[in-house]
Design a protein around this ligand. Structure first.
Ligand SMILES: Nc1ncnc2c1ncn2[C@@H]1O[C@H](COP(=O)(O)OP(=O)(O)OP(=O)(O)O)[C@@H](O)[C@H]1O
Ligand SMILES: [Mg+2]
Length: 204
């Protein structure tokens, strides 16, 4: 078993073809709060991964989870994160459209990712398909608002991390989004309002 990644909230190990993600306690959080938060996120991640498997959506298959050990065992996805792929190449257009198509598919099924960054997408080395990970902050919602906020956070993340390709990378992603989410027009309308609120807030 090798250590794969040490995050702010979780530690990940690789064991052959599987990954073990364990959420550790945070000293600064009140302990009962900390435990319920970790329990909630572990269960939520497991639940969303199960649903995604039923949908045949590219995400790691869940093997096992424990909300006492706060751990998830899932498939190891071979390949680099999209963040790294974009950092050493300029082939962003293809991926941008695919990001949008995949987010549109999630939203069509009322799944809000909650942390849409290019570190949470892996270019699967076997299938070449963009595979989404890190569903601990996900939710199930039919609300247009929640979908617009998910896209707003993606926009912010792309601007911050891939400024070389911004704003084109987000614009291309939206083209892909429209292809898979039939409610796209409403969501994009709302996205404008979300942005406007952001601008008004920063003026105060
Ligand atoms: N199933 C997987 N297969 C291959 N690599 C993975 C897998 N899951 C995670 N990783 C790698 O580990 C990193 C961290 O994983 P993840 O994003 O799930 O944790 P995190 O950001 O610390 O989580 P959280 O935000 O829920 O605390 C990813 O960016 C990716 O490089
Ligand atoms: Mg992550």
């Amino acid at each position: 078993m090798i250590k794969l990644f040490q995050g702010a909230e979780a530690i990940l190990y690789k064991d052959n073809a599987t990954v073990i993600k364990e959420r550790f306690s945070k000293a600064y959080r009140l302990s009962h709060l900390d435990e319920s938060l970790r329990k909630f996120r572990t269960r939520r991640e497991a639940k969303v991964l199960t649903k995604l498997d039923e949908m045949n959506f590219p995400a790691p298959k869940l093997h096992h989870f424990s909300d006492t050990r706060m751990s998830i065992v899932m498939d190891f996805v071979p390949g680099e994160t999209l963040k790294d792929v974009l950092k050493h190449g300029d082939e962003y257009q293809h991926f941008a459209r695919e990001i949008g198509q995949k987010v549109g598919t999630l939203h069509k099924e009322h799944i809000i990712h909650g942390d849409l960054t290019t570190s949470n997408m892996i270019v699967n080395a076997k299938t070449s398909e963009l595979t989404f990970i890190d569903f601990g902050l996900s939710s199930f919602s039919e609300k247009i608002e929640d979908k617009a906020v998910d896209l707003f956070l993606l926009d912010r993340a792309l601007e911050g991390t891939h400024f070389e390709f911004y704003p084109e990378i987000f614009e291309d992603a939206l083209e892909g989004y429209k292809e898979t989410n039939p409610e796209a027009v409403d969501v994009l309308d709302r996205l404008e309002q979300v942005r406007q609120r952001g601008r008004n807030k920063s003026k105060n």
